[in-house]
Design a protein around this ligand. Structure first.
Ligand SMILES: C[S@@+](CC[C@H](N)C(=O)[O-])C[C@H]1O[C@@H](n2cnc3c(N)ncnc32)[C@H](O)[C@@H]1O
Length: 190
């Protein structure tokens, strides 16, 4: 999807419960999920396809040092306002213009599915990690028909020479409503 598409999405992006995390209960659910898989703070995190910076905000509040990257200048403008202390870059996550082997965590929520060549992109993401760094992907195959099934995401990660563990995310607390489609967190520790 194009930069223009995501620029248009930016103004209303946070309206979805899991995007804006405006509901404290939904935010608490994401906090618990992410802190349960991340190394302890402070650690360097790169939030790829960071959108309006909601997860960057959450993790910065927990003491992580987070860099965000997004293709959409409108998303990044909002992210900078939301997290003034983080560093954001406008750029393509398919080939991130970021320091290689520098991050303890690569985080991508709802981004890999949108890239034209997710396998090539994930291989580039893995190159951002320090030895022993972890990759955390949150993806889904949504009721709309869009998205990336867990099996496909796991195959991409394993194809890059890393292990993959998939945790289904059916808990309505994460989404602000009950869901019937496939949503998951993929954790790759090595
Ligand atoms: C569904 S949103 C998810 C935003 C954020 N990760 C979140 O979970 O709130 C997808 C994001 O990926 C960004 N994006 C799409 N294609 C991209 C690309 N090639 N490089 C970087 N960001 C991209 C979009 O601009 C948008 O902000």
């Amino acid at each position: 999807m194009s930069r223009e598409h995501w620029d248009r999405e930016a103004a209303t992006f946070d309206d979805e419960a899991d995007h804006g995390l405006a509901d404290p209960a939904v935010r608490a659910a994401w906090r618990a999920l992410l802190l349960g898989v991340l190394p302890p703070a402070p650690a360097r995190v790169v939030d790829l396809g960071c959108g309006t910076g909601t997860l960057t905000r959450l993790l910065t509040d927990e003491g992580y040092v987070v860099d965000g990257l997004d293709l959409s200048p409108e998303m990044v403008r909002r992210a900078r306002a939301k997290v003034p202390e983080a560093r954001f870059t406008v750029g393509d996550a398919a080939d991130p213009p970021l320091e290689p082997a520098a991050y303890d965590v690569v985080l991508g929520r709802h981004v890999l599915w949108a890239l034209p060549d997710p396998a090539a992109a994930f291989a580039a993401w893995a190159g951002l990690l320090v030895p022993g760094g972890v990759a955390v992907l949150v993806e889904g195959r949504w009721a709309t028909g869009a998205g990336l099934p867990a099996e496909a995401a796991a195959a991409i990660v394993r194809g890059a020479g890393r292990e993959a563990t998939v945790q289904p995310l059916p808990d309505p607390a994460l989404w602000g409503r009950a869901i019937t489609d496939e949503r998951y967190l993929l954790l790759s520790r090595h």
